[in-house]
Design a protein around this ligand. Structure first.
Ligand code: HAM
Length: 431
């Protein structure tokens, strides 16, 4: 009897080879786009002190209250958490290494994040983000630039129908005044509040405005609006951002209900949303967090950033990409073992020296069986080093793809081993 199987942890996915090309294409385009706006990479650890997230994201956020993978290190008693997001980690690193000492910093990161949420389509317990943080810049120019950069990313990825929602949260004192008025208003309507709203009345009254309950819509519509509590500076920041987006021809909708799920935001918040992803339609969220650097012990400095949920973008890219599987290699080298193996291995190395992707057949099999493998690999050419070829220091070359019929190797031809690599490199890399 075999041993029982061990499965992956729920909500944590394997990335299988068939999906890898799409991820690699996304990653290359994302990095390219970020670099073209002057962002430099930063890599921070997956484990951080739990206190970083409790202080940075806010004690009463969903993430901190119930979604963090936190544990006590049994070796030294430290309270650690697997990062649920990376803005706090990047800010921690920027403070620790004095990155802002010489001026602003534009940083990007990519990697896994961990949240103990209920898994469903588009929502996983290990998921991946690529994000950018502009530290030390007050905006609204950089807020607009980040949004324009994201618009460019969707364009180069060929994603259609991604909408931008925009809001402003003002500054903490403005929010506090609005919150007090909102609570007063809701208390006055106590009889009309549902159970959920009564529970949230004092902990998170803004979320009540998000209610789906039909009976409360009228009440919500009459509630005090944050926009009416914003001062001149906050309003100007928001208006200038909108003006910059209009002049860059980025479409957006102002959504006064957009509040985001983390406490560190002020002024600008935004989300990019798709209707083709079901319930988890937000591809990317971000905004300004001018208080976070100081909150985490740094010298006060403004900042703005966003994170893209890679799984969700890949799902949209998959809709567009046909089923074009990427070949495993360009050249498949066959041999007959024994004295043929070493010349075959040398030939494969020389082909790789010329920049080609090569699979050298491993193990023993008939040439017929190897040819089947060569064909299945998607290679353009098979190179055969049989006993006779090895004895004459040549290889037989055969084009494998039907579209190559005009190819000089449509019929099998022999080529001197010395000339093999340059000959195939010329065909596979014409420029
Ligand atoms: P967030 O809205 O929590 O923001 O996450 C950003 C994006 O990550 C979401 O829009 C979504 O696409 C993806 N995402 C979040 N949770 C999951 C999940 N469980 N499964 C799959 N995808 C998920 C942040 O993380 C902030 N750090 C963004 C930011 C950066 N703000 C300023 N700078």
């Amino acid at each position: 009897m075999g041993s029982p199987k061990i499965a992956a942890v729920r909500g944590m996915n394997d990335l299988l080879p068939a999906q890898a090309p799409l991820w690699e294409a996304f990653e290359a385009q994302a990095v390219r786009t970020l670099q073209s706006y002057g962002y430099a990479q930063i890599r921070t650890p997956i484990l951080e002190a739990t206190a970083l997230f409790r202080r940075g994201l806010g004690e009463v956020t969903d993430i901190v209250e119930k979604e963090m993978y936190s544990f006590v290190d049994s070796l030294n008693g430290e309270a650690l958490t697997m990062r649920p997001e990376n803005t706090a980690g990047v800010v921690r690193a920027a403070i620790e290494h004095s990155l802002l000492y010489e001026g602003p910093s534009r940083l990007w990161y990519m990697g896994p994040m961990f949240r103990h949420e209920r898994p469903q389509r588009g929502r996983y317990r290990q998921f991946h983000q690529v994000g950018a943080e502009a530290l030390g810049l007050a905006g609204p120019d950089v807020d607009a630039e980040q949004i324009v950069m994201l618009g460019r990313l969707w364009r180069v990825l060929g994603l259609a129908g991604v909408r931008l929602e925009l809001n402003t949260l003002g500054q903490p004192p403005e929010r506090a005044r609005h919150r007090a008025e909102l609570i007063r208003y809701l208390e006055g309507q106590h009889d009309r509040l549902d159970e959920d709203a009564r529970r949230r009345l004092h902990s998170n009254p803004l979320r009540i405005l998000d209610t789906k309950s039909a009976s409360m819509q009228e009440l919500v519509a009459g509630a005090p609006r944050l926009l009416d509590y914003l001062g001149e500076a906050s309003l100007t920041h928001f208006e200038q951002l909108q003006q910059l987006l209009r002049s860059a021809q980025v479409d957006f909708a102002v959504n006064p209900r957009l509040v985001r799920g983390l406490d560190y935001y002020n002024l600008t918040v935004f989300e990019w949303v798709s209707d083709r992803l079901g319930a988890q339609g937000t591809l990317c969220g971000g905004g300004r967090y001018d208080g976070l650097i100081e909150l985490l012990g740094g010298k006060p400095a403004p900042a703005c950033g966003f994170s893209v949920g890679i799984e969700r973008v890949i799902e949209l890219m998959r809709d567009n990409a046909g089923a074009s599987a990427r070949p495993d290699c360009e050249v498949y080298v066959l041999h007959q073992g024994g004295a043929t193996f070493e010349p075959a291995m040398r030939a494969a190395e020389r082909l790789r020296d010329c920049g080609l992707d090569v699979i050298l057949h491993a193990g023993e099999a008939s040439l017929k069986a190897q040819m089947k493998r060569a064909d299945a690999s998607g290679a353009r050419y098979a190179v055969i080093v049989g006993e006779q070829e090895a004895a004459e220091s040549v290889a037989a070359v055969k084009a494998l793809r039907t579209s190559d019929q005009a190819d000089e190797f449509a019929q099998q031809q022999t080529v001197a081993l010395d000339l093999l690599a340059p000959t195939l490199a010329k065909l596979l890399r014409p420029d």
